[in-house]
Design a protein around this ligand. Structure first.
Ligand code: FE2
Length: 249
């Protein structure tokens, strides 16, 4: 099926959910953006089918809609792993055919399933084929790039469900600083404070695989805006100043 048909099928699918719920709206917008970003990244990757990458991007968070309907939260730890839920709906319950008709052969379906199941993992599993890794990396890069936008366009108080005072007083834990210095993502269990959570999002920059992804992330300016973290905590202010100097170097 062509892109515009897939888009209509997607809009039809999400129309069953409450568009007045800001959580639903946010995920619809995120899905469109990740689709376009995936296509743009795929364009720079030798041999990657950009339309297929677009479809994976569009459907990667399909599990979010059922997650919100059933559990009223995006916190996987409090509800369900949304990547597995989405992949189960698409490939075990056959939802994929609503979006792509018969246009995807089994091999493509398996490829898409691997990318969707792995999109929110801290690390990808060993033993992926080159093609699997390629589509996983494209999707994971696109998703991270759009997370920077979401973090900027929604207040941190709302994202973390916290008071401004708590946010402004929070410090950065040593374990989180080590991850930044090691230029790697922060494992969930290392994050302790609200500032830690912000730094952990910034560390996603280090996980971007494709050069074009870094370029897009930098040009969008959201990372630099996140680095303007308002704080009353002297150590946190100094730490963010350090990160501003070093994140892109
Ligand atoms: Fe996701």
């Amino acid at each position: 099926m062509k892109k515009d048909q897939q888009l209509r099928a997607f809009e039809q699918y999400v129309s069953a959910y409450d568009a007045n719920d800001p959580k639903i709206r946010l995920k619809i917008e995120h899905s469109f953006r990740v689709a376009d970003l995936s296509e743009g990244i795929a364009e720079t990757v030798d041999g990657a089918d950009r339309e297929f990458a677009w479809t994976i991007g569009l459907l990667h968070d399909i599990g979010r809609f059922e997650q919100v309907r059933r559990y009223h939260t995006f916190v996987d730890a409090d509800s369900v792993d949304h990547a597995q839920l989405g992949a189960d709906l698409l490939f075990q319950e056959g939802l994929i055919s609503e979006f792509t008709g018969n246009s995807l052969d089994m091999e493509r379906q398996r490829l898409m399933e691997t990318a969707i199941r792995g999109h929110n993992a801290y690390r990808l599993p060993e033993g992926l084929t080159e093609e699997e890794r390629c589509f996983c990396d494209i999707l994971r890069d696109a998703d991270k790039i759009d997370i920077f936008r979401v973090m900027c366009e929604t207040s941190l108080e709302k994202i973390f469900d916290a008071e401004t005072e708590e946010l402004r007083a929070s410090g950065v834990s040593d374990g989180v600083k080590e991850c930044f210095l090691g230029r790697r993502a922060v494992p969930r269990e290392v994050r302790k404070t609200l500032a830690d959570k912000t730094v952990s999002h910034l560390c996603l920059v280090f996980e971007l695989v494709y050069p074009v992804s870094r370029k897009i992330a930098k040009e969008q300016g959201y990372v630099d805006r996140l680095l303007e973290f308002p704080s009353d905590n002297g150590d946190t202010r100094a730490w963010f100043a350090y990160m501003r100097e070093h994140i892109w170097t």
